[in-house]
Design a protein around this ligand. Structure first.
Ligand code: UD1
Length: 434
């Protein structure tokens, strides 16, 4: 048996939703706790599958874990000498497992982390992680599917220039550099709010980092760090998902937990589609947010995905879903990842008219989509199909929901709270006769 989401459309989302911490930050914050022995606590933690995988990974490295999913806190007791091996069994479930690499090499001077599927050292994927660690003095090799890094005499500060502002490489290299001997400068780093969050936590742990939020980080190594209690930044991608869901469904949704300041280009595009966006100020970050009132029918938008503060690649499926029902022709240009188009094939099953040319998706809006069975291929594609299902007439059945639950907490409950007709249904697997 497997579970699917069954959605009855069309519907218009109305109401209020609260967003907790960013998946793409919390996993790295949890990894960063490895840098200091003792008990660190991360709060505003979302109740998602990836957090549980990171808990398991840290537990196998010898950490004591106390995860309160409902309360949104994870308490991590890091031993004096954590293990250094991250097994394939967990890494294959979650690519972000690679973020234990930097802290382990930085503190333990050794790490063996399984290479996530589809990546090969030296080719696209992990080359910047490898090259940066080598510049810090580690020896790095690929051994039986494991990324093996060794720095028997510790790491030494270096001048590193990233060829591209990779989120993962920036994080790993900063986490490795904070305990290195001397000063490390890293040019052309990623500036995502999640990077700012991790650097902020490292500083709270006693690290010395200048240039946080800019393209150039200067890290002055310190001999040791101390444990910390840190609140994770809100999830701008989940907030953006709700914003687009409101815009697409002619909805009226108030989103709390994420401010518009970390959604710069997203707001511009929502306005371009005809949505009204209003900020909600509040001193409490869990209450601050914004309200999106969708137009009767969206205007098509033109979007190019770019590193922050550009438009996030992770919101790409929602742009395509919006253009699919817009009054005209829209365009999405994907500049960060190749082969992110499996979502488009599925969306076509709902009647969307999309043509792909290289990294461009040209979308001709149709009057209405029609419900069908579709399959989620990754987290955002899955959520994009659910959003499309909300505006499709009739029943849409989304399979592969494990992907969605890796990144969206209580998705069905939150959608139901906004007035959607959606349920999680057990479905027997097909029997293939041999
Ligand atoms: C993170 C996010 C992901 C988001 C992406 C871009 C997490 C867990 N995931 O992924 O949701 O879509 O940022 O905002 O935080 N690259 C290389 N060599 C490297 C590293 C990256 O060629 O050494 C390439 C990748 O193949 C990809 C591009 O650079 O094409 C972007 O990768 P990166 O910014 O590193 O993204 P992730 O950290 O993997």
């Amino acid at each position: 048996m497997s579970q699917v989401f069954v959605i009855e459309g069309p519907t218009s989302l109305q109401g209020e939703v609260t967003v907790r911490g960013a998946k793409n930050s919390v996993l790295k914050l949890m990894a960063a706790t490895l840098l200091a022995p003792g008990v660190s606590t991360v709060s505003n933690v979302p109740d998602i599958a990836d957090v549980r995988i990171m808990c398991e990974l840290l537990s196998r490295l010898g950490c004591g874990i106390d995860y309160d999913a409902a309360g949104g806190t994870v308490r991590i007791d890091v031993p004096a000498a954590p293990g250094t091996t991250a097994d394939y069994e967990l890494v294959r479930l979650m690519r972000a497992s690679i973020s234990v690499l930097g802290p382990l090499v930085g503190r333990m001077h050794a790490a063996e982390v399984a290479v996530p599927g589809g990546d090969a050292i030296g080719s696209r994927g992990l080359d910047m992680h490898q090259r940066g660690l080598e510049q810090l003095g580690a020896q790095v090799s690929l051994d039986h599917g494991y990324f093996v890094a060794r720095a028997p005499r510790g790491l030494t500060g270096a001048d590193i220039a990233l060829p591209f502002p990779s989120v993962g490489a920036t994080e790993n290299l900063v986490m490795a550099a904070v305990l290195a001997d001397g000063v490390t400068t890293i040019e052309n780093v990623a500036k995502e709010p999640e990077i700012v969050d991790i650097c902020t936590m490292l500083v709270e742990m006693g690290a010395r980092i200048e240039g946080i939020g800019s393209s150039r980080l200067v890290v002055t190594g310190v001999p040791e760090l101390h444990p910390v209690a840190h609140r994770c930044v809100g999830d701008r991608i989940v907030a953006g998902t709700w914003a687009f869901a409101s815009a697409v469904t002619a909805g009226d949704v108030t989103v709390r937990g994420v401010g518009l300041d970390i959604l710069p280009n997203v707001v511009d595009k929502l306005l371009e589609s005809g949505a009204q966006v209003t900020a909600i100020e509040d001193e409490d970050p869990a209450r601050a947010g914004f309200r999106v009132v969708g137009p009767a029918r969206p205007q098509p938008i033109r979007v190019s995905t770019l590193p922050y503060p550009g438009f996030p690649t992770d919101l790409q499926p929602f742009v395509i879903a919006l253009n699919a029902c817009a009054d005209g022709v829209g365009l999405l240009t994907e500049n960060l990842f190749e082969a992110r188009w499996r979502f488009v094939n599925e969306l076509s099953r709902l009647g969307a008219q999309v043509s792909i040319d290289g990294n461009h998706a040209l979308v001709t809006g149709v009057d209405s989509l029609s419900g069908a069975e579709v399959e989620a291929s990754d987290i955002r594609a899955g959520a994009g199909l659910v959003v499309a299902g909300l505006i499709a007439t009739g029943t849409t059945e989304v399979s592969g929901i494990d992907h969605i639950e890796r990144g969206y907490e209580h998705f069905v409950e939150k959608l139901t709270g906004l007035g959607a007709t959606i349920s999680r249904v057990e479905k027997p697997d097909p029997v293939i006769l041999r």
